[in-house]
Design a protein around this ligand. Structure first.
Ligand code: ATP
Length: 307
């Protein structure tokens, strides 16, 4: 039964620190085999969410199921099946890389020595080095190797690009996605590097102020989110902001930029019926779409605050 459950399923998950709501009624579903990117601005609640999945933090309210298990009641069993690369690394500085591997190997039911050795070679991680001697990027790589060692069914990556140069970032993410996702293996990644995410994720979730405002396959999102740059010979139709799918209308010099969520054909049909109008449809990157949603969230917050 548990095998058919999603890798992660949360219901009304809430975490409040003091008076501060970090995660706010989160209903998150991550299908098995997917590479799911959890995206959001600083302080949105990404790290808190990831820590809740591992019971490193206890929820204030709500339910969390990870790999078919209750993340709170079965936390030990969950920890054995999940690999976790934390946002910040805290290792005892005098311990050697190879000693850390030995220690971690003893903590998990499974340990893939071949993979760990191979990744160390590829990432140029010296086994005899003391952890305190490693650069920031090498510390991230060490944390990634430790996270894949136990052959996890679920890999949680919190800012895996920290300290890595662009070439290395690409190499590492490509390797992880090829070897650690698909079939029954799932990756959840939190990152501000949206170009990287666009390359590897198959689903994305946008988290703003602890709320999941969108969760969709990436291909579908990029297929639906478009901009149309329009030049109206006279005044634009007064009801333009209310047209189906229109999220925002902004001015760009003499043109208007219409941000659309779906309904492209219908909007183009309406534009075609406006006399003398010229327009072009612009594709958007994931970063463009994210910025668009962030702007929308800011605008709605301003409205609420001014009410
Ligand atoms: P970033 O992209 O900057 O890493 P994030 O999306 O991972 O941000 P979190 O670290 O989850 O965000 O923080 C969410 C909110 O919870 C923030 O307002 C943060 O200040 C608060 N918070 C996180 N951990 C704690 C804690 N231990 N005690 C009090 N508040 C906390």
């Amino acid at each position: 039964m548990a095998m058919s459950e999603p890798a992660v399923l949360t219901c009304d998950l809430t975490k409040i620190f003091g008076g501060q709501t970090a995660v706010d009624g989160l209903d998150l579903e991550v299908p098995r085999g997917s590479v799911f990117a959890l995206l959001g601005p600083n302080g949105a609640g990404k790290t808190t969410t990831i820590k809740l999945l591992l019971n490193l933090l206890q929820p204030t309210a709500g339910e969390i199921r990870v790999l078919g298990l209750d993340a709170v009641k079965d936390s030990v069993a969950v920890r054995r099946k999940v690999g976790y690369q934390a946002e910040t690394q805290r290792f005892y500085p005098r311990v050697r890389v190879e000693e850390l591997f030995c220690l971690c190997r003893s903590l998990y039911p499974r340990w893939n020595t071949e993979r760990v050795t191979r990744y160390c070679r590829i990432f140029e991680l010296p086994p005899h080095a003391r952890v305190g001697e490693l650069s920031k990027g090498k510390l991230t790589l060490l944390a990634l190797v430790l996270a894949v060692g136990p052959e996890p069914e679920l890999l949680l990556l919190d800012e895996p690009g920290t300290g890595l140069d662009p070439l290395r970032r690409r190499q590492v993410l490509q390797l992880l996605v090829e070897e650690m996702a698909g079939g029954d293996r799932t990756i959840i990644i939190s990152s501000h590097q949206l170009q990287d995410v666009e390359r590897i994720a198959d689903r994305v979730g946008f988290l703003f102020r602890g709320k999941l405002i969108l969760s969709r396959p990436l291909e579908q999102l990029l297929g639906e989110e478009k901009k149309v740059r329009v030049l109206f010979p006279g005044s634009p139709p007064a009801d333009l902001p209310g047209w189906p799918g229109v999220r925002r209308v902004t001015r760009e010099g003499s043109h208007l930029l219409i941000s659309l969520s779906g309904h492209l054909d219908e909007v183009l049909g309406r534009l075609n019926r406006c006399e003398g109008v010229a327009f072009e449809v612009l594709d958007q990157t994931l970063e463009d779409v994210f910025v668009e949603y962030a702007a929308g969230e800011e605008a709605s917050r301003d409205v609420v605050e001014h009410d």
